[in-house]
Write a protein that binds this ligand. Sequence first.
Ligand SMILES: *[C@@H]1O[C@H](CO)[C@@H](O)[C@H](O)[C@H]1NC(C)=O
Ligand SMILES: *[C@@H]1O[C@H](CO)[C@@H](O)[C@H](O)[C@H]1NC(C)=O
Ligand SMILES: *[C@@H]1O[C@H](CO)[C@@H](O)[C@H](O)[C@H]1NC(C)=O
Ligand SMILES: *[C@@H]1O[C@H](CO)[C@@H](O)[C@H](O)[C@H]1NC(C)=O
Ligand SMILES: *[C@@H]1O[C@H](CO)[C@@H](O)[C@H](O)[C@H]1NC(C)=O
Length: 537
Amino acid sequence: MRRTLPAVCVVAAVTAAAVVLTTGGWGSSPNEMPTSSFFDGSDPPLNITDEHFLDGLLTANFSYMSCRSRYEFAVYHHKHSSHKPSPYLIAKLRKQEALQKRCGPGTAAHKKAVRRLDSGEGVVDNEDGCRYLVYISYRGLGNRMLAIASAFLYAVLTERVLLVDGGKDADALFCEPFPGTTWLLPRPGGWFSNSPLRRLQGYEGGSKESLGNMLQSGVITVSTDGNVSWSTPRPPPYLYLHLSGAYGFHDKLFFCGAHQRLLGEVPWLFMWTDNYIVPGLFLTPAFSGELEAMFPEKEAVFYHLGRYLFHPTNRVWHAIKSYYHANLAGVGQRVGVQIRVFQKKQPPRSVLDQLLSCLRDEKLLPETTDAAGGNSTSSRAVLVTSLSSWYYDRIRDEYGGRIAGGVHQPSHEGRQRWRDAAHDMRALSEMYLLSMCDVLVTSGYSTFGYVAQGLAGLRPWVMPRAPMWAADWREGLDPGDPPCRRAVSVEPCFHAPSAYDCAAARDVDLDKVSPYISRCVDVKYGIKLVNESNGQW
Ligand SMILES: *[C@@H]1O[C@H](CO)[C@@H](O)[C@H](O)[C@H]1NC(C)=O
Ligand SMILES: *[C@@H]1O[C@H](CO)[C@@H](O)[C@H](O)[C@H]1NC(C)=O
Ligand SMILES: *[C@@H]1O[C@H](CO)[C@@H](O)[C@H](O)[C@H]1NC(C)=O
Ligand SMILES: *[C@@H]1O[C@H](CO)[C@@H](O)[C@H](O)[C@H]1NC(C)=O
Ligand SMILES: *[C@@H]1O[C@H](CO)[C@@H](O)[C@H](O)[C@H]1NC(C)=O
């Protein structure tokens, strides 16, 4: 497929960035991320090919100007785009897009479904069959992206429309992923309306609308042969799924096949999670066959879903490209370093030492001056992302004079602020800049790093983290441990899986239940998807 569309040109982008940096309008140093943006509208034409659509992953139904990152992502990530989506996955995505359009906000079907929800009728419309999954926004951007990708996959598997209660800034961060409709949950209308959609932030573990509570209070009954059914004449109009870190036994039964059959009868599901629950869906019998067909390469689930769903808006994408061309383009290898410290008492020096040892032991950066005289194929640059500039200063002291491409840090925020649009735009830019690197070193447990590695398709070197709640930051860290370990796959880690085997009615060792589920190197009880390991599991 070839089409001529106006597009960005690398030369133009370099010039634009240079102008910005010399006029100094955007930040206190050339390393600061621009916070505003402009468009000159004079981009030369670019031939749009299959590569720009990520081998069919992306629909061609969007215009180029509405969201440039959708078409330009491939240009910046082509080195790692060896994993092709399966034809079955592509077919499922096109089907989901049609569903989102047919049942989404603004349609008669959606209006009817909202009316039924508000009046407490637990029925799925016979004619249109539209059912909905509402993702409730919660926690920082990395967690939200992993959770939205998980919710989306669940929506595809259960043929529900995904609506995202994305908080205030979702539309400033991401383009719409589905053509001809919106994935953002419309604000429920009517000031006096008592719609359950107005209370999305009010549910919690133990809420009477939750799966766990319905199981415990007898609204849902489980027979001795394991059949699960409603004790009420009809399913409820909506049900709340509590799938966050400290969820209880009954909420975890979400991952059982019999419970899934029942959930299918509920017109509206509200999902609260900050986790990448996808490995749990692979372990749910109702879904495993379908997922295996969609993802022959188990290691590439977030790689495809992330590339399919998340497209930075023009404003954010412009900042990403400007920074990239001003600081990272033209070098042979970009080494991305992501530092996130969870244990407040841990001295920065110990984190820095860990990082420098990792870079040295794994030979990720040269110990002597980089290949002399502008040989760009062997030159390197370092991109540092961290909430503090202290690490950047030390790494620059250590390597700045040695590597031709220099050391760069786009921004530092001091502390993570949740739900702050400008902050989230910078965080998103940094995740994408990291994903444009060729080598990644990340902090264990950080969802920010997971998103970057997933989009890039890279297995990072992961630094173990000091436990968050321990009194002494050394507690639980083995001094004999290496400063970093190579992640077993590019997939994000599911931090809080359920170990309960519903059919066997007992807990199992999740490391041993499937050839493509393995423990994470950074989270003891976490699991992640891996390539099927030649029978040695
Ligand atoms: C675009 O494709 C046309 C026809 O295949 C070709 O003549 C032209 O040179 C291409 N332009 C660019 C910028 O690659
Ligand atoms: C995408 O475009 C094709 C061709 O114009 C059309 O048949 C299809 O319905 C569109 N899909 C959506 C979801 O809008
Ligand atoms: C389980 O319960 C449902 C609903 O009550 C019923 O339709 C179904 O036949 C039952 N299945 C078994 C195997 O008992
Ligand atoms: C640049 O460095 C690479 C790797 O060290 C080497 O193979 C190549 O010949 C060098 N090129 C030039 C122009 O020096
Ligand atoms: C997993 O498999 C894919 C394709 O089969 C391959 O490209 C990738 O390198 C493998 N990953 C690991 C960690 O073996």
